[in-house]
Ligand binder design. Structure first.
Ligand code: ARG
Length: 476
Protein backbone atom coordinates (compact mmCIF):
# COMPACT_ATOMS: atom_id res chain seq x y z
CA UNK A 1 0.00 0.00 0.00
CA UNK A 2 2.71 2.40 1.01
CA UNK A 3 4.68 1.35 -2.03
CA UNK A 4 1.82 2.01 -4.42
CA UNK A 5 1.26 5.42 -2.96
CA UNK A 6 4.88 6.25 -3.35
CA UNK A 7 4.88 5.13 -6.94
CA UNK A 8 1.91 7.28 -7.81
CA UNK A 9 3.60 10.27 -6.21
CA UNK A 10 6.61 9.82 -8.40
CA UNK A 11 4.55 10.40 -11.52
CA UNK A 12 5.93 13.72 -12.77
CA UNK A 13 3.30 16.43 -12.90
CA UNK A 14 4.52 17.76 -16.26
CA UNK A 15 3.78 14.48 -18.04
CA UNK A 16 0.12 14.20 -17.04
CA UNK A 17 -2.31 14.53 -19.94
CA UNK A 18 -3.69 17.99 -20.47
CA UNK A 19 -7.30 16.74 -20.59
CA UNK A 20 -7.77 16.89 -16.84
CA UNK A 21 -6.04 19.75 -15.13
CA UNK A 22 -6.36 17.96 -11.81
CA UNK A 23 -4.43 14.88 -12.89
CA UNK A 24 -1.15 16.15 -11.50
CA UNK A 25 -2.80 16.90 -8.23
CA UNK A 26 -4.33 13.45 -7.80
CA UNK A 27 -1.05 12.01 -6.68
CA UNK A 28 -2.69 10.19 -3.80
CA UNK A 29 -4.92 8.05 -5.98
CA UNK A 30 -3.86 8.84 -9.54
CA UNK A 31 -1.77 5.71 -10.10
CA UNK A 32 -4.28 3.77 -12.19
CA UNK A 33 -5.56 6.81 -14.12
CA UNK A 34 -4.28 7.98 -17.49
CA UNK A 35 -6.03 11.33 -17.18
CA UNK A 36 -7.18 13.46 -14.27
CA UNK A 37 -10.74 14.45 -13.44
CA UNK A 38 -12.55 16.95 -15.66
CA UNK A 39 -12.51 20.53 -14.42
CA UNK A 40 -16.28 20.36 -14.02
CA UNK A 41 -15.92 17.20 -11.91
CA UNK A 42 -13.41 18.94 -9.64
CA UNK A 43 -15.68 21.92 -9.23
CA UNK A 44 -18.51 19.56 -8.31
CA UNK A 45 -16.58 17.24 -6.03
CA UNK A 46 -14.23 19.53 -4.12
CA UNK A 47 -14.90 19.97 -0.42
CA UNK A 48 -11.90 22.06 0.57
CA UNK A 49 -14.00 25.22 0.33
CA UNK A 50 -15.87 24.06 3.43
CA UNK A 51 -13.80 21.33 5.09
CA UNK A 52 -10.65 23.48 5.39
CA UNK A 53 -11.87 24.41 8.87
CA UNK A 54 -10.95 20.86 9.87
CA UNK A 55 -7.25 21.65 9.35
CA UNK A 56 -6.23 21.79 13.04
CA UNK A 57 -8.02 18.50 13.74
CA UNK A 58 -6.71 16.80 10.60
CA UNK A 59 -3.19 17.89 11.53
CA UNK A 60 -3.55 16.62 15.10
CA UNK A 61 -4.73 13.28 13.68
CA UNK A 62 -1.77 13.10 11.27
CA UNK A 63 0.74 13.93 14.00
CA UNK A 64 -0.63 11.24 16.29
CA UNK A 65 -0.61 8.79 13.38
CA UNK A 66 3.03 9.65 12.53
CA UNK A 67 4.10 9.11 16.15
CA UNK A 68 2.35 5.75 16.15
CA UNK A 69 3.96 4.74 12.83
CA UNK A 70 7.39 5.49 14.32
CA UNK A 71 6.64 3.29 17.35
CA UNK A 72 5.55 0.53 14.96
CA UNK A 73 8.85 0.83 13.09
CA UNK A 74 7.21 2.18 9.93
CA UNK A 75 8.89 5.60 10.23
CA UNK A 76 12.31 6.48 11.61
CA UNK A 77 12.48 8.93 14.50
CA UNK A 78 13.93 11.52 12.11
CA UNK A 79 11.08 11.00 9.63
CA UNK A 80 8.52 11.28 12.42
CA UNK A 81 10.04 14.52 13.66
CA UNK A 82 10.19 15.98 10.16
CA UNK A 83 6.51 15.15 9.65
CA UNK A 84 5.41 16.58 13.01
CA UNK A 85 7.44 19.75 12.48
CA UNK A 86 6.26 20.13 8.90
CA UNK A 87 2.63 19.83 9.99
CA UNK A 88 3.21 22.43 12.73
CA UNK A 89 4.59 24.79 10.10
CA UNK A 90 1.62 24.16 7.81
CA UNK A 91 -0.83 24.84 10.65
CA UNK A 92 0.94 28.12 11.43
CA UNK A 93 0.75 29.05 7.76
CA UNK A 94 -2.98 28.24 7.65
CA UNK A 95 -3.67 30.22 10.81
CA UNK A 96 -1.75 33.19 9.43
CA UNK A 97 -3.92 33.06 6.30
CA UNK A 98 -0.85 32.42 4.16
CA UNK A 99 -1.72 28.89 2.98
CA UNK A 100 -2.87 28.43 -0.60
CA UNK A 101 -5.79 26.04 -0.80
CA UNK A 102 -6.17 24.19 -4.08
CA UNK A 103 -9.57 22.85 -5.09
CA UNK A 104 -7.82 20.51 -7.51
CA UNK A 105 -6.62 18.66 -4.41
CA UNK A 106 -10.26 18.02 -3.45
CA UNK A 107 -10.27 18.27 0.31
CA UNK A 108 -8.47 19.51 3.40
CA UNK A 109 -6.72 16.17 3.91
CA UNK A 110 -5.09 16.04 0.48
CA UNK A 111 -4.19 19.74 0.55
CA UNK A 112 -2.29 19.25 3.80
CA UNK A 113 -0.62 16.00 2.78
CA UNK A 114 0.41 17.61 -0.52
CA UNK A 115 1.84 20.64 1.27
CA UNK A 116 3.80 18.36 3.60
CA UNK A 117 5.77 17.13 0.61
CA UNK A 118 7.42 20.58 0.46
CA UNK A 119 8.71 20.01 4.00
CA UNK A 120 9.83 16.38 3.91
CA UNK A 121 10.04 13.40 1.58
CA UNK A 122 8.71 11.33 4.49
CA UNK A 123 5.29 12.86 3.71
CA UNK A 124 4.90 10.01 1.23
CA UNK A 125 4.97 7.50 4.12
CA UNK A 126 2.35 9.21 6.31
CA UNK A 127 -0.71 7.58 4.77
CA UNK A 128 0.46 4.03 5.61
CA UNK A 129 -2.17 2.19 7.62
CA UNK A 130 -4.94 4.75 7.23
CA UNK A 131 -7.49 5.92 4.67
CA UNK A 132 -9.21 9.22 4.16
CA UNK A 133 -12.32 7.42 5.42
CA UNK A 134 -11.03 6.90 8.96
CA UNK A 135 -9.03 10.13 8.69
CA UNK A 136 -12.11 12.29 8.11
CA UNK A 137 -14.13 10.36 10.70
CA UNK A 138 -11.38 11.09 13.25
CA UNK A 139 -11.11 14.77 12.34
CA UNK A 140 -14.87 15.21 12.61
CA UNK A 141 -15.04 13.52 16.00
CA UNK A 142 -12.32 15.84 17.26
CA UNK A 143 -14.26 18.77 15.76
CA UNK A 144 -17.48 17.68 17.51
CA UNK A 145 -15.72 17.56 20.86
CA UNK A 146 -14.38 21.08 20.26
CA UNK A 147 -17.63 22.56 18.89
CA UNK A 148 -19.76 21.08 21.70
CA UNK A 149 -17.38 22.69 24.20
CA UNK A 150 -17.85 26.07 22.44
CA UNK A 151 -21.63 25.74 22.56
CA UNK A 152 -21.55 24.51 26.16
CA UNK A 153 -19.67 27.62 27.17
CA UNK A 154 -21.88 30.01 25.13
CA UNK A 155 -24.99 28.42 26.65
CA UNK A 156 -23.42 28.90 30.08
CA UNK A 157 -23.19 32.66 29.35
CA UNK A 158 -26.83 32.70 28.22
CA UNK A 159 -27.95 30.83 31.36
CA UNK A 160 -26.07 33.26 33.60
CA UNK A 161 -27.65 36.23 31.77
CA UNK A 162 -31.13 34.76 32.21
CA UNK A 163 -30.58 34.03 35.90
CA UNK A 164 -29.24 37.56 36.47
CA UNK A 165 -32.32 39.05 34.79
CA UNK A 166 -34.56 36.75 36.82
CA UNK A 167 -32.88 37.89 39.99
CA UNK A 168 -33.43 41.54 39.05
CA UNK A 169 -37.11 40.95 38.21
CA UNK A 170 -38.41 38.83 41.07
CA UNK A 171 -41.02 41.44 42.01
CA UNK A 172 -42.19 42.19 38.45
CA UNK A 173 -45.54 40.56 37.91
CA UNK A 174 -46.77 39.88 34.41
CA UNK A 175 -49.53 37.81 32.89
CA UNK A 176 -48.71 34.23 32.03
CA UNK A 177 -50.50 33.07 28.89
CA UNK A 178 -52.13 29.92 27.64
CA UNK A 179 -53.59 29.97 24.12
CA UNK A 180 -52.11 33.49 24.02
CA UNK A 181 -54.96 34.50 26.34
CA UNK A 182 -54.12 35.98 29.71
CA UNK A 183 -54.15 33.10 32.18
CA UNK A 184 -52.57 33.59 35.61
CA UNK A 185 -50.02 35.97 37.06
CA UNK A 186 -46.40 34.96 37.17
CA UNK A 187 -43.27 36.98 37.72
CA UNK A 188 -40.79 37.92 35.03
CA UNK A 189 -38.33 35.87 37.08
CA UNK A 190 -40.48 32.73 36.88
CA UNK A 191 -40.94 33.20 33.13
CA UNK A 192 -37.20 33.63 32.55
CA UNK A 193 -36.40 30.61 34.71
CA UNK A 194 -38.56 28.51 32.36
CA UNK A 195 -36.04 29.31 29.60
CA UNK A 196 -33.21 28.51 31.99
CA UNK A 197 -34.57 24.97 32.38
CA UNK A 198 -34.76 24.57 28.58
CA UNK A 199 -31.29 25.88 27.79
CA UNK A 200 -29.78 23.92 30.67
CA UNK A 201 -31.16 20.74 29.08
CA UNK A 202 -29.71 21.85 25.73
CA UNK A 203 -26.35 22.35 27.36
CA UNK A 204 -26.47 18.84 28.82
CA UNK A 205 -27.39 17.48 25.39
CA UNK A 206 -24.24 18.97 23.85
CA UNK A 207 -22.29 17.37 26.66
CA UNK A 208 -23.76 13.98 25.69
CA UNK A 209 -22.97 14.57 22.00
CA UNK A 210 -19.35 15.34 22.91
CA UNK A 211 -19.26 12.16 25.00
CA UNK A 212 -20.55 10.10 22.06
CA UNK A 213 -17.99 11.74 19.77
CA UNK A 214 -15.24 10.75 22.19
CA UNK A 215 -14.45 7.40 20.51
CA UNK A 216 -11.52 7.02 18.13
CA UNK A 217 -12.16 5.57 14.64
CA UNK A 218 -8.55 5.93 13.47
CA UNK A 219 -7.18 2.56 12.35
CA UNK A 220 -10.43 1.49 10.72
CA UNK A 221 -8.81 2.23 7.36
CA UNK A 222 -11.03 2.45 4.33
CA UNK A 223 -13.37 -0.28 5.60
CA UNK A 224 -11.44 -3.25 7.01
CA UNK A 225 -8.48 -1.85 8.93
CA UNK A 226 -4.94 -2.62 7.79
CA UNK A 227 -2.41 -5.43 7.76
CA UNK A 228 0.25 -3.09 9.17
CA UNK A 229 1.15 -3.40 12.89
CA UNK A 230 -0.62 -0.23 14.02
CA UNK A 231 -1.39 0.65 17.66
CA UNK A 232 -4.91 2.05 17.90
CA UNK A 233 -4.75 2.55 21.66
CA UNK A 234 -1.72 4.79 21.25
CA UNK A 235 -3.32 7.13 18.69
CA UNK A 236 -6.58 7.26 20.67
CA UNK A 237 -4.69 8.26 23.82
CA UNK A 238 -2.56 10.74 21.89
CA UNK A 239 -5.70 12.46 20.55
CA UNK A 240 -7.53 12.54 23.87
CA UNK A 241 -10.10 9.88 23.00
CA UNK A 242 -10.04 8.57 26.57
CA UNK A 243 -12.53 7.88 29.37
CA UNK A 244 -12.47 9.50 32.79
CA UNK A 245 -9.77 7.04 33.91
CA UNK A 246 -7.59 7.86 30.92
CA UNK A 247 -8.31 4.56 29.13
CA UNK A 248 -8.49 4.82 25.32
CA UNK A 249 -11.95 4.57 23.75
CA UNK A 250 -11.94 2.86 20.34
CA UNK A 251 -14.65 2.17 17.78
CA UNK A 252 -15.25 -1.60 17.76
CA UNK A 253 -16.20 -2.26 14.14
CA UNK A 254 -14.21 -0.84 11.24
CA UNK A 255 -17.20 -0.82 8.89
CA UNK A 256 -19.42 0.99 11.37
CA UNK A 257 -16.62 3.45 12.10
CA UNK A 258 -16.37 4.72 8.52
CA UNK A 259 -20.06 4.46 7.61
CA UNK A 260 -21.83 5.80 10.69
CA UNK A 261 -22.84 9.45 11.05
CA UNK A 262 -24.86 9.11 14.28
CA UNK A 263 -22.91 11.80 16.08
CA UNK A 264 -23.57 14.25 13.23
CA UNK A 265 -27.28 13.61 13.56
CA UNK A 266 -27.22 13.82 17.35
CA UNK A 267 -25.40 17.14 17.08
CA UNK A 268 -27.96 18.48 14.61
CA UNK A 269 -30.84 17.20 16.75
CA UNK A 270 -29.40 19.03 19.78
CA UNK A 271 -28.86 22.14 17.64
CA UNK A 272 -32.40 22.01 16.22
CA UNK A 273 -33.90 21.66 19.71
CA UNK A 274 -31.78 24.47 21.10
CA UNK A 275 -32.65 26.62 18.09
CA UNK A 276 -36.32 25.88 18.75
CA UNK A 277 -35.96 27.10 22.32
CA UNK A 278 -34.19 30.24 21.15
CA UNK A 279 -36.99 30.78 18.66
CA UNK A 280 -39.64 30.59 21.40
CA UNK A 281 -37.79 33.10 23.56
CA UNK A 282 -37.46 35.32 20.50
CA UNK A 283 -41.18 35.06 19.82
CA UNK A 284 -42.05 35.98 23.43
CA UNK A 285 -39.74 39.00 23.28
CA UNK A 286 -41.12 40.08 19.90
CA UNK A 287 -44.63 40.05 21.37
CA UNK A 288 -43.54 41.69 24.61
CA UNK A 289 -41.81 44.55 22.83
CA UNK A 290 -44.84 45.40 20.68
CA UNK A 291 -47.01 48.42 21.50
CA UNK A 292 -49.87 46.01 22.23
CA UNK A 293 -47.97 44.26 25.03
CA UNK A 294 -45.31 46.74 26.12
CA UNK A 295 -43.75 44.37 28.64
CA UNK A 296 -40.21 44.70 27.31
CA UNK A 297 -37.91 47.24 25.76
CA UNK A 298 -35.31 45.84 23.35
CA UNK A 299 -31.73 47.13 23.24
CA UNK A 300 -31.29 49.44 20.23
CA UNK A 301 -28.18 47.73 18.95
CA UNK A 302 -30.16 44.60 18.11
CA UNK A 303 -33.13 46.33 16.46
CA UNK A 304 -33.49 48.26 13.20
CA UNK A 305 -35.52 51.23 12.05
CA UNK A 306 -37.64 51.78 8.99
CA UNK A 307 -36.65 54.05 6.12
CA UNK A 308 -40.30 55.08 5.77
CA UNK A 309 -41.92 54.97 9.21
CA UNK A 310 -40.00 57.04 11.75
CA UNK A 311 -41.59 55.43 14.81
CA UNK A 312 -40.48 51.89 13.96
CA UNK A 313 -38.06 49.89 16.10
CA UNK A 314 -38.05 46.45 14.59
CA UNK A 315 -36.91 43.34 16.48
CA UNK A 316 -34.83 42.00 13.54
CA UNK A 317 -32.31 40.08 15.63
CA UNK A 318 -35.11 38.13 17.30
CA UNK A 319 -36.92 37.57 14.02
CA UNK A 320 -33.71 36.16 12.56
CA UNK A 321 -33.33 33.88 15.56
CA UNK A 322 -36.83 32.59 14.86
CA UNK A 323 -36.05 32.28 11.15
CA UNK A 324 -32.72 30.55 11.59
CA UNK A 325 -34.29 27.89 13.76
CA UNK A 326 -36.01 26.71 10.55
CA UNK A 327 -32.60 26.35 8.96
CA UNK A 328 -31.39 24.23 11.88
CA UNK A 329 -34.36 21.91 11.55
CA UNK A 330 -33.66 21.60 7.84
CA UNK A 331 -30.07 20.57 8.51
CA UNK A 332 -31.23 17.73 10.77
CA UNK A 333 -33.59 16.54 8.05
CA UNK A 334 -30.80 16.70 5.46
CA UNK A 335 -28.54 14.40 7.45
CA UNK A 336 -31.29 11.92 8.30
CA UNK A 337 -32.13 11.65 4.62
CA UNK A 338 -28.48 11.58 3.52
CA UNK A 339 -27.65 8.39 5.40
CA UNK A 340 -30.88 6.43 5.36
CA UNK A 341 -30.45 4.61 2.05
CA UNK A 342 -26.68 4.27 1.89
CA UNK A 343 -25.21 0.79 1.60
CA UNK A 344 -22.34 0.15 3.97
CA UNK A 345 -19.80 1.59 4.15
CA UNK A 346 -18.38 4.89 2.91
CA UNK A 347 -20.05 6.51 -0.08
CA UNK A 348 -19.08 9.88 -1.43
CA UNK A 349 -22.57 11.13 -0.54
CA UNK A 350 -21.17 11.34 2.97
CA UNK A 351 -19.05 14.32 2.02
CA UNK A 352 -22.35 16.24 2.13
CA UNK A 353 -22.47 15.58 5.88
CA UNK A 354 -20.29 18.57 6.69
CA UNK A 355 -21.95 21.77 5.34
CA UNK A 356 -25.16 21.32 7.40
CA UNK A 357 -23.19 20.56 10.56
CA UNK A 358 -20.81 23.50 10.15
CA UNK A 359 -23.63 25.90 9.32
CA UNK A 360 -25.69 24.70 12.29
CA UNK A 361 -22.71 25.33 14.57
CA UNK A 362 -21.99 28.80 13.16
CA UNK A 363 -25.59 29.96 13.27
CA UNK A 364 -26.39 28.49 16.67
CA UNK A 365 -23.27 29.90 18.31
CA UNK A 366 -24.04 33.37 16.92
CA UNK A 367 -27.70 33.04 17.86
CA UNK A 368 -26.92 32.09 21.46
CA UNK A 369 -24.48 35.00 21.70
CA UNK A 370 -27.09 37.42 20.28
CA UNK A 371 -29.79 36.15 22.62
CA UNK A 372 -27.47 36.53 25.60
CA UNK A 373 -27.12 40.22 24.74
CA UNK A 374 -30.80 40.84 24.04
CA UNK A 375 -32.38 39.44 27.19
CA UNK A 376 -34.41 42.10 28.92
CA UNK A 377 -37.86 42.40 30.49
CA UNK A 378 -40.62 44.59 31.95
CA UNK A 379 -43.95 43.84 33.60
CA UNK A 380 -47.70 44.42 33.81
CA UNK A 381 -50.57 43.11 35.85
CA UNK A 382 -54.30 42.64 35.41
CA UNK A 383 -56.96 41.67 37.96
CA UNK A 384 -58.65 39.25 35.52
CA UNK A 385 -55.56 37.09 35.87
CA UNK A 386 -56.72 36.17 39.32
CA UNK A 387 -60.08 34.67 38.37
CA UNK A 388 -58.70 31.20 39.16
CA UNK A 389 -57.61 32.43 42.55
CA UNK A 390 -61.15 33.64 43.17
CA UNK A 391 -62.40 30.15 42.33
CA UNK A 392 -59.83 28.75 44.80
CA UNK A 393 -61.18 31.23 47.38
CA UNK A 394 -64.65 29.69 46.92
CA UNK A 395 -63.22 26.17 47.12
CA UNK A 396 -61.70 27.03 50.49
CA UNK A 397 -65.21 28.14 51.56
CA UNK A 398 -66.47 24.64 50.72
CA UNK A 399 -67.75 25.14 47.15
CA UNK A 400 -66.96 22.23 44.77
CA UNK A 401 -64.40 23.43 42.20
CA UNK A 402 -66.66 22.93 39.18
CA UNK A 403 -69.38 25.06 40.82
CA UNK A 404 -66.83 27.67 41.86
CA UNK A 405 -65.49 27.78 38.29
CA UNK A 406 -69.02 28.32 36.99
CA UNK A 407 -69.80 31.09 39.50
CA UNK A 408 -66.57 32.97 38.75
CA UNK A 409 -67.25 32.58 35.03
CA UNK A 410 -70.56 34.34 35.61
CA UNK A 411 -68.78 37.11 37.55
CA UNK A 412 -66.29 37.55 34.67
CA UNK A 413 -69.15 37.78 32.19
CA UNK A 414 -70.85 40.41 34.35
CA UNK A 415 -67.60 42.37 34.70
CA UNK A 416 -67.14 42.32 30.95
CA UNK A 417 -70.74 43.33 30.25
CA UNK A 418 -70.67 46.22 32.73
CA UNK A 419 -67.10 47.16 31.75
CA UNK A 420 -66.05 46.93 35.41
CA UNK A 421 -62.82 45.36 36.62
CA UNK A 422 -63.63 42.00 38.24
CA UNK A 423 -62.50 43.17 41.67
CA UNK A 424 -64.70 46.31 41.47
CA UNK A 425 -68.06 44.59 40.90
CA UNK A 426 -70.77 45.90 43.27
CA UNK A 427 -71.00 43.73 46.38
CA UNK A 428 -74.70 42.81 45.97
CA UNK A 429 -74.34 41.85 42.31
CA UNK A 430 -71.27 39.75 43.05
CA UNK A 431 -72.96 37.98 45.95
CA UNK A 432 -76.04 37.28 43.87
CA UNK A 433 -73.85 35.18 41.57
CA UNK A 434 -71.53 33.73 44.23
CA UNK A 435 -73.17 33.75 47.66
CA UNK A 436 -70.22 31.96 49.31
CA UNK A 437 -67.79 34.83 48.68
CA UNK A 438 -66.00 35.62 51.93
CA UNK A 439 -65.90 39.10 53.44
CA UNK A 440 -62.33 39.57 52.21
CA UNK A 441 -62.87 38.31 48.63
CA UNK A 442 -61.37 41.43 47.06
CA UNK A 443 -58.02 40.70 48.74
CA UNK A 444 -57.64 37.82 46.29
CA UNK A 445 -56.80 40.39 43.62
CA UNK A 446 -53.61 41.60 45.25
CA UNK A 447 -50.99 40.15 42.86
CA UNK A 448 -48.28 40.01 45.50
CA UNK A 449 -50.56 38.03 47.77
CA UNK A 450 -51.53 35.82 44.85
CA UNK A 451 -47.92 34.93 44.17
CA UNK A 452 -47.09 34.48 47.85
CA UNK A 453 -49.84 31.84 47.92
CA UNK A 454 -47.88 29.79 45.34
CA UNK A 455 -44.96 28.46 47.27
CA UNK A 456 -44.89 24.75 46.45
CA UNK A 457 -42.04 23.29 44.33
CA UNK A 458 -41.87 24.66 40.78
CA UNK A 459 -44.43 27.40 41.44
CA UNK A 460 -43.92 31.14 40.90
CA UNK A 461 -44.06 32.13 44.61
CA UNK A 462 -41.28 34.58 45.52
CA UNK A 463 -39.52 32.15 47.90
CA UNK A 464 -39.63 29.36 45.33
CA UNK A 465 -38.26 31.64 42.62
CA UNK A 466 -35.54 32.94 44.95
CA UNK A 467 -34.59 29.33 45.74
CA UNK A 468 -34.42 28.50 42.02
CA UNK A 469 -32.24 31.55 41.37
CA UNK A 470 -29.92 30.51 44.19
CA UNK A 471 -29.78 26.94 42.82
CA UNK A 472 -28.89 28.12 39.31
CA UNK A 473 -26.35 30.68 40.52
CA UNK A 474 -24.61 27.88 42.39
CA UNK A 475 -24.82 25.47 39.45
CA UNK A 476 -23.57 28.02 36.92
N1 ARG B 1 -13.59 14.64 1.56
C1 ARG B 1 -14.04 13.33 1.79
C2 ARG B 1 -15.27 13.35 2.69
O1 ARG B 1 -15.43 14.24 3.44
C3 ARG B 1 -12.98 12.53 2.48
C4 ARG B 1 -13.16 11.06 2.34
C5 ARG B 1 -12.86 10.65 0.96
N2 ARG B 1 -12.88 9.23 0.82
C6 ARG B 1 -13.03 8.63 -0.36
N3 ARG B 1 -13.09 7.35 -0.34
N4 ARG B 1 -13.18 9.32 -1.46
O2 ARG B 1 -16.11 12.50 2.61
Amino acid sequence: MAKATQKSRQRPAAKTPASGHGAAAQATWGGRFASGPAALMLQFSESVSFDRRLAPFDIAGSQAHAKMLARAGLLTAAERDAIVRGLDAILAEIQAGAFTWDTALEDVHMNIEHALRRHTAAAAKLHAGRSRNDQVATAMRLWFKWSCAQLFSALGDLLRALVAQAEANQASILPGYTHLQRAQPVTVAHHLLAYVEMFARDRTRFLHVAENANICPLGSGAIAGTTLPIDREFTARELGFVDSQGHPRLTQNSMDAVADRDVFIEFLAAAALCGGHASRVAEDLILWSSAEFRFAVLPEEFTTGSSLMPQKKNPDALELLRGKSARLQGHLQTLLTLVKGLPLTYNRDLQEDKPPVFDAFDQLLLGVQILTRVICAAAASDPLLLATDLADHLVLAGVPFRDAHHAVGALVALAEKSRTPLNELPEDEARALAPQLGKNWRDVFDPARALAARERPGMPGPKQVAAQIARWKKAL
